[in-house]
Design a protein around this ligand. Structure first.
Ligand SMILES: [Zn+2]
Length: 411
């Protein structure tokens, strides 16, 4: 038991250092709220004892905290010296009573972090620590908001160390969103409703915009005009139109089938084949790092090269010149590039990827995990040449309809 006094934000449920407060004793995260002075006797966790072990962990596993900027924040916080923190509260009716002292309840953050382990218990097994950690602990990743990084990257690993349990694989802190450059809030009346956004534009569009346009881990902004312009430019034009015009040419010049060409027989000098060579592994690496924006950019580069390629090669004039074999190679190269692009983006735009695959003559639904695992394994589909020669193509239809900005009438 120890005396705990200091400035406390009820919304964060956290004591704040005086120097991090905004003018008027307001919380840096809840700027409209004043912090309260608290002075009470609490039970403590001896965090100070784990400073060296924590620093050793961050050093041995440089990717334990990401992104880099957040890691540096935590390093400087821990390096500046760790204070023991109180893990109980008095005068709280709700909360779990401390077993040996029911006049105290367990501090909500101590409790919440333990939830990562207690939640792993099978409903049928005895509620023991041994059972809780027997199957799924340690987890690979804690994906959290940047405002609760300290709990996950400092307090939680220390608590686990004190219990002799392994720490999680990684802690990744994501950023905050603003709308039209302004902080969102109920009082400002400018909050963004994700369900409405999905109903209006579809889940693929919403996922693509946020993962592509905002570097994951950084703060980002939502603006509806930019949202629409990005999706129209990249999904409707770059990707959708490329597929559409190529399919129409395949219909005209190759009888509605994939040209009679095998991926292997396309020359290594072919710019699309060369770009596709290591693309799958690169993109998979970006996904592993949670660098979604880089994954999209890498795929988009192939799509843009596909558009340029078809303009430069001009299969319509090659056909007129009677160079039918070259026409087949050009069309195959572009269709295969679109296929690889849609495969690699399928975790983000599964509906569009499914539509593309169907138009290429496959019957695969990327929303159906079981089918995906059995029909499209990564080793085959992420590389050049998986599009079978002479496969009958589906009907060409826009895979992503251009969006229009609908002005909402102020109510
Ligand atoms: Zn707060």
């Amino acid at each position: 038991m120890n005396q705990q006094e200091g400035w406390y934000c009820v919304s964060c449920e956290e004591f704040k250092d005086e120097r991090e407060l905004l003018p008027g004793k307001r919380c840096p995260i809840h700027a409209s709220k004043e912090v309260e002075w608290r002075d009470e006797e609490n039970y403590f966790f001896r965090l100070s004892r784990y400073q060296d072990q924590l620093l050793a962990l961050y050093q041995e596993r440089p990717d334990f905290i990401a992104p880099e900027s957040r890691r540096n924040e935590v390093l400087s916080f821990v390096n500046s010296g760790l204070q023991d923190f109180s893990i109980s509260r008095v005068n709280l009716e709700w909360g779990l009573p401390v077993p040996f002292d029911p006049s105290h309840t367990i501090y909500v953050w101590f409790d919440a972090l333990l939830g990562y382990v207690t939640a792993l218990l099978d409903p049928d097994s005895d509620p023991t620590l041994e059972n809780a950690v027997s199957k799924w602990w340690p987890v690979d990743l804690h994906l959290i908001g940047k405002d609760i990084l300290r709990f996950h990257a400092v307090y939680w690993p220390a608590m686990l160390m004190s219990a002799g349990l392994p720490v999680p694989g990684r802690v990744f802190a994501h950023g905050f969103l603003t709308k039209d450059g302004k902080k969102m809030g109920k009082t400002e009346g400018n909050s963004l409703n994700p369900v409405e956004l999905v109903n209006k534009y579809g889940a693929d569009a919403v996922r693509y915009y946020f993962l592509k346009e905002i570097e994951f881990g950084q703060d980002g902004d939502f603006n509806e005009t930019r949202f629409i312009n990005t999706l129209n430019a990249e999904l409707a034009n770059d990707l959708g139109n490329l597929l559409n015009r190529t399919l129409n040419m395949a219909r005209k010049y190759c009888g509605g089938c994939v040209p009679n060409v095998s991926g292997e027989n396309i020359s290594g000098d072919n710019v699309l084949k060369a770009m596709s060579l290591n693309l799958g592994d690169r993109v998979a690496g970006f996904y592993e790092e949670l660098a979604f924006s880089k994954a999209c950019e890498a795929v988009l580069a192939l799509v843009r090269a596909g558009n340029k390629f078809i303009d430069v090669q001009a299969p319509w004039s090659l056909y007129k010149q009677g160079q039918h074999e070259t026409v087949g190679q050009v069309l195959y190269s572009v269709l295969e590039s679109v296929r690889i692009a849609s495969y690699l983006l399928s975790p983000i735009i599964p509906n569009i990827s499914s539509a593309i695959y169907q138009q290429l003559g496959f019957s695969i639904d990327f929303n159906d995990r079981v089918t995906v695992n059995s029909l499209t394994n990564f080793a085959t589909h992420s590389v050049w040449g998986a599009l079978p020669a002479n496969q009958t193509l589906g009907e060409a239809q826009p895979v992503f309809k251009r969006l229009e900005l609908l002005e909402t009438v102020p109510s």
